[in-house]
Design a protein around this ligand. Sequence first.
Ligand SMILES: *Cc1c(COP(=O)(O)O)cnc(C)c1O
Length: 340
Amino acid sequence: MVERGSFTLGEEVDIFEKAYAEHCGSPHGIGVASGTDALFLPLKALGITGSVITTPYTFYATTASIVNAGCQPIFVDVRDDFNIDPEAIEAAITPDVECIMPVHWGGRPCNMTAITQIAKNHGLAVIEDAAQAFGSTWDGKSCGSWGNAGAFSLHPLKIVNGWLDAGVITTHEAALADKLRLLRNHGLRNRDTVEMWGYNSRIDTVEAVIAHHVLNKVDDILVARRAFAARLNDRLSGIDEIYTAPMPEEANSNFYLFTFLAQRRDELVAYLIQRGVECKIHYPVPIHRQPAAIAMWGEQSFPVAERCADETISLPIHEFLSMEDADFMADAVRSFYKGK
Ligand SMILES: *Cc1c(COP(=O)(O)O)cnc(C)c1O
């Protein structure tokens, strides 16, 4: 790779893209510079210029991609499983709406049967934010493979990751894939022909090679995460002060996050951290309460998203933790509520 001078694109990237997309149940994969670009470029490629219905309970990049593509985000509330409420999507559709951008929060799949049906009924595009959802499926079909395009991230903190920033767009649509390949590389059809004005958003070849190594191990990683989550779920059951939304039968999560709602959340976080359990809050402030959002759209209220932000807690989860670690964490949560 280095000897051939292929630092960007080239054969390694082609091979990686194909393998990654295949794992995600899509025929086409387009490597780009970040997960954020993997959301932004499909909006551009699909020619979306109007409103995009999305969730206020997500990582900032979802909203930023919409705003930076020149579109208007329309937030609708989530359910107590942190994912966008399909009924609220339906209710928010106006003639300006062109696209739905659901987020598979923490790897928990959105109800894609409902969302794609709504999109079909109203002639809307669907771009899935699957940055946290590699390996998750809804009704046996991969997250990111339901809509026109799926956006994945290879950021070091994601499940299939590299050492650098990068992302992958997956799609079933050959013409869209072709356009995305042009857009990520200055619109160049070949070395000397610019077919459309594009961007510099290529994936680094080094990153594709590293992420491919992780991709080769990902099935084992997912098995370990799911086993760990099952153990935690089991050991946390019966604690009245916490609530974990049930997984629908169609949902198979990758457990990117292990998240639940907890009473006296801030006290619980402090208690667990004191005991060496590195819990986190993803995220304490919903998007519509961010200063950047208030400046553009004023005060908005999404009660479920706000409640999630106030009560959510994420326990550590990754493939290097043992069942004993799960038991230790669950015991710590239990003893907090017992006042011991
Ligand atoms: C990580 C993430 C992104 C952005 O991915 P980057 O590769 O960091 O640009 C977008 N949406 C969600 C939900 C994410 O978790």
